[in-house]
Every structure is written in C-alpha cells, then in structure tokens.
Design a protein around this ligand. Structure first.
Ligand SMILES: *Cc1c(COP(=O)(O)O)cnc(C)c1O
Length: 393
C-alpha cells in the first residue's frame, strides 16, 4: 500500500476488553462484514448500526438509559430516542403522533418554546386547545366540545408557577377518549417522578436541564411505552426530520446521569430551605414550591413526586421595578435563562422568558411582574440565602 493510501485508512479499534465507561463513538457510519449482513441489519433481522442519524452505540446507550430510568419499576421496558434538543423531542412527538385535523389539549403555562411550536403546527393543521389541566370539569368540557382531541400534553410541575397536575387522572381521561397522554418531565426528572407509572404513554425531556445537569450541551429525549407506536409513528419522524441527537451530547448526558439522584436530593434540600427563608421575608408576598406543606396541589404532589426539586418561584412586592432591581443586585447567583445546572440561577419571567406574552395573559396564569424564578443549585445553602437576602435588600 502507498503511504498516501495508508494515511487515508482508519485503523479499526480492536475488540479487546471493554472500556470502563461508554466510549464516545464519533462515526457517521458502520461497517458490514458482507452484503448479507448489511441486508439483515437494514431489515432489523440482526442487531447492528447503519448510519449515525439512526443511532450509534453512544447515542443508543443514552436513549436506553433514560428509558430505563423512566421505566423503573414497570414490567415492560419502554423504548427511548435521543434527540438534538428538547424541542426536537417535542416536535417529533407532535409530528409523529398527531394527524392534520386533530387537536392537542394542553395548558396555557407551557414552556414558551412549546407554545410557539404549537402555534407553528396550527398552520400545518394540528390544532391546540388549552385549559387548566388540574380542573377535571374543564378538561371534560373541552373534550365534549371537540371530538378531535387525540393528545393531552402536560408539563408538571409547570414553569414558572410550579403548579402540579394529576397524571393518573389525565391518563384515565385521555384513554377513555382514545387520546394519548404525553408528559414533559424535564422539571421533575425520572428520579423524582415517573409519568409512565401513572399511565402516561410518552415522556419527553429537555436533557439540557437536570439530566445533563452541568449546562454543557443541548439535547432531548423521548420515552415511549408502546413499542409498536414507537416503531410506526415516532422512529420514521425521528430518522427523517433531522432531530436525532449527536454522540458528544449523549456522552455528556451519560456522564451527568450518574449523579442525578445525588444532585436532585441536594437541589431539593436547598430549595426547601430557600423557600422557607423567602416565605418569612416581609418583602416577599408569595412562594411557589412543591415542597411547601400549604402548596395548593399538595395531595397530587404527595401521590406522584418522591422529592420536590430545585425549581421555585417567588413574588416580590413592587412589581417589575423591584423585580429588575433584585436581578441587578444578585452577586453569587447567576442571571441566565436556563435551569437544571448545579449552580443557582435566577430569571425574571416578565422581562425575560415571558416578555413576549401579553401582561393580561401573564397575570391570568400567575406570572406577575414581580415574580422571580430560581433554579436553586447544589452549593452550600447559606451562600445562596445570603445573596438573596442582600439582593432583596
Ligand atoms: C428547556 C425546556 C424545553 C426545551 O428544551 P431545549 O433543550 O432547550 O430544546 C422544553 N420543556 C421544558 C420544560 C424546558 O425547560
């Protein structure tokens, strides 16, 4: 062989004893021993990889691990797909599971990107209706009015008001009406709440948040209970619409997942301490945190969440002016529009994530101008509280 050709050839990795950690496989395609083997893998008769957009060992490991965690305690293991972002996961689910002419019943206080995506899908014939999904009568009335509701899509706890919805009840209503229940489990993570166990059909994640945990990448995941639904409806959209994830982000997710329980325990303990501190503060009028005993949805919280997480929101006296003053005085915490990282992050919905939303609509959903959202991190809680104290002033 010439030196030019030798330079071009890839030295194949020998199959010795396996590495202790899942390796980051950066390959866009996989080699077949023979044309027959290639045909069998294409037909699904033999397990194997084909092309990176359909999956690869690192991507599949992340998808399977998230599916295993969401399916923990269930008899049958659900299937998983690893996506390029939380939005890719959510878009794949809407495009795969809804036909033109059908309606998604959901809540008005969704993640902003999801609301905007549903507005986009309206142009493609997929319609949206919203109601308070904690209100059984409102849901039943919506279904009575519209017989094309084929999916109930829920986010619990909700953002940024931390309202909690009864998944078991939603699953029951959905299935009675031939609809699917899809839950965005980003805030809770499978360590704290597993929607499939309460009857949900599909779970979506922005792994960008607590699952990665360290703010180092954008990615998402879909977990589906029914293998046939996944193979027939979700996999084709996943493979063809370009939303599949990449091995580097999958590798970061696998790394982050190892400490998910430890992080969620610490996030939860710190958030409870911060919630209790804020509740006693004379300049704070309201604290929304699922771990507080007087939370309006406490019965559902007790039934479906094992811990209460790192997200909370609180209302400062004095509206936008005081909210902005607080944001500019923060020193230890970080002003940034994400969540789920190990450090404490603050966001002012009225001027940041929800600035495009009509103030009247904001107010109707409990997003007042003085509302501050906190991602309480895993630092020493004394440092977090000291910063909040000086910033509230
Ligand atoms: C961030 C987020 C998303 C979108 O995820 P990306 O990874 O940013 O695409 C969806 N749902 C919730 C609840 C989120 O917090």
């Amino acid at each position: 062989m010439t030196i030019e050709s030798l330079s071009v050839r890839d030295p194949q990795v020998p199959n010795f004893n396996p590495p202790h950690q899942v390796p980051l496989v950066a390959a866009s395609s996989f080699i077949f021993d023979s044309i027959e083997e290639g045909m069998d893998i294409f037909d699904g008769k033999k397990k194997g990889h084909i092309y990176g957009r359909f999956g690869n060992p690192t991507i599949d490991a992340a998808a399977n691990k998230i599916a295993e965690l969401e399916g923990f305690g269930l008899k049958e293991k659900p299937g998983g797909l690893f996506c390029s972002s939380g939005m890719a996961a959510i878009a794949t689910v809407f495009l795969g599971l809804c036909e033109p002419g059908e309606t998604v019943l959901t809540q008005a206080d969704l993640y902003g990107g999801t609301t905007s995506l549903l507005e986009q899908l309206h142009k493609r014939g997929i319609h949206t209706e919203t109601c308070d999904l904690r209100d059984k009568r409102a849901i039943k009335a919506a279904i009575k009015r519209n017989d094309r509701i084929r999916m109930i899509y829920v986010e619990t706890p909700s953002n940024p008001t931390l309202r909690v919805t009864d998944l078991k009840l939603l699953a029951k209503i959905a299935h009675k009406n031939k609809a699917l229940l899809v839950a965005d489990n980003t805030f809770a993570t499978p360590f704290m709440q597993r929607p499939l166990a309460f009857g949900a059909d599909v779970v979506v994640h922005s792994t960008t948040k607590f699952i990665n945990g360290h703010g180092t990448g954008i990615a998402g995941a879909i977990v589906c209970r029914d293998a046939e639904l996944m193979a027939e409806k979700l996999v084709p959209v996943y493979r063809l619409y370009g939303g599949s994830g990449n091995p580097w982000d999958a590798w970061l997710v696998l790394n982050g997942l190892k400490t998910l329980p430890l992080r969620m325990e610490r996030h939860s303990a710190n958030a409870l301490a911060v919630a209790k501190y804020l509740r006693k503060h004379p300049k704070v009028t309201q604290v929304n945190y699922p771990g507080l005993k007087d939370h309006p949805d406490r019965k559902t919280i007790k039934e479906q969440m094992s811990l209460h997480g790192g997200m909370l929101s609180f209302e400062l006296k004095g509206g936008t002016k005081k909210g902005m003053r607080f944001m500019n005085r923060i020193k230890f915490c970080t002003l940034t529009p994400t969540l789920g990282d190990v450090d404490t992050l603050v966001l002012h919905p009225a001027t940041m994530s929800h600035r495009g939303v009509d103030p009247a609509v904001r107010a109707a959903h409990g997003i007042s101008d003085g509302l501050i959202r906190l991602n309480v991190g895993i630092e020493r809680v004394e440092d977090i509280i000291a910063d909040l104290k000086q910033a509230i002033g």
